[in-house]
Design a protein around this ligand. Structure first.
Ligand SMILES: Nc1ncnc2c1ncn2[C@@H]1O[C@H](COP(=O)(O)OP(=O)(O)OP(=O)(O)O)[C@@H](O)[C@H]1O
Ligand SMILES: [Mg+2]
Length: 216
């Protein structure tokens, strides 16, 4: 599904990633752990096209994608969330998912898209919040909404940056069950998390990032 070979990334003099080699198989949930500033988000930014690696190969389904623009990577089947959410807070929950759809037509949606968006809202437990502004739902619900946006294009590989950091127990449980459901649908997930209970409940394999390399 995804292969990373010798990924290196420096910002000026600072070498953050120093030769990352990883292989992700379809249908499994992988968790990337590591201290603050160890380069976890940087790695997701590289896979999703938001940053170019200084060196190395990113291959998705056998295709080299390392210097593709983010929208091209997304269209190939890689979705992502952002650690700092990046929702359109003045738009409704429904409109945020609509914006994330690849084949949207301006701000309007056709019946087929509407069905698809409502199905996603159901999965992320936000049907009742459909017409509320994204800026006015709770932080845990906003995290669920970012995962909904990430699911909008039917991506096969979901990159999820700290899904449960700072959220209440109830929404944590909803996210755990959502990850299980996505896995059952055959999705591959690479997530970043620190929360051990969440990691134990969701992960097939854990990678530890230290000093720019994966140590286990
Ligand atoms: N675009 C950038 N320009 C310059 N430096 C950057 C950039 N992005 C990240 N860095 C630096 O790279 C290092 C790794 O950052 P990154 O955000 O990948 O860490 P992280 O492991 O996700 O940390 P956290 O657990 O705090 O989210 C940090 O020192 C950060 O300041
Ligand atoms: Mg981070």
């Amino acid at each position: 599904m995804l292969e990373l070979k010798d990924i290196q990334k420096s910002f000026g003099e600072v070498q953050v990633l120093n030769g990352i080699n990883l292989r992700l198989e379809k249908g499994l949930v992988y968790t990337l752990k590591g201290g603050n500033g160890s380069g976890k988000t940087t790695l997701i930014n590289i896979i999703s096209g938001f940053l170019e690696p200084t060196q190395g190969i990113v291959a998705f389904k056998g295709k080299k994608i390392a210097r593709f623009a983010p929208y091209r990577v997304n269209r190939l089947g890689i979705g992502r969330t952002f650690q700092d959410l990046r929702l359109a807070i003045q738009l409704t929950v429904y409109e945020n998912i609509l914006l994330a759809l690849e084949k949207k037509m301006f701000a309007y949606s056709n019946k087929e898209q509407e069905k698809r968006i409502d199905a996603i809202l159901e999965k992320v437990s936000l049907s009742e919040k459909r017409n509320e502004l994204a800026g006015e739902i709770s932080y845990g619900q906003q995290k669920l909404l970012t995962i909904g946006c990430c699911m909008a294009n039917n991506a096969d590989l979901l990159l999820i940056d700290e899904p449960v950091a700072g959220i209440d127990k109830d929404n944590q449980l909803k996210i755990i069950s959502l990850i299980h459901q996505l896995k059952e649908e055959g999705k591959t997930i690479l997530q970043i998390e620190h929360n051990n209970a969440y990691i134990d409940a969701t992960s097939d394999q854990i990678f530890q990032l230290e000093k720019g390399v994966v140590v286990c």
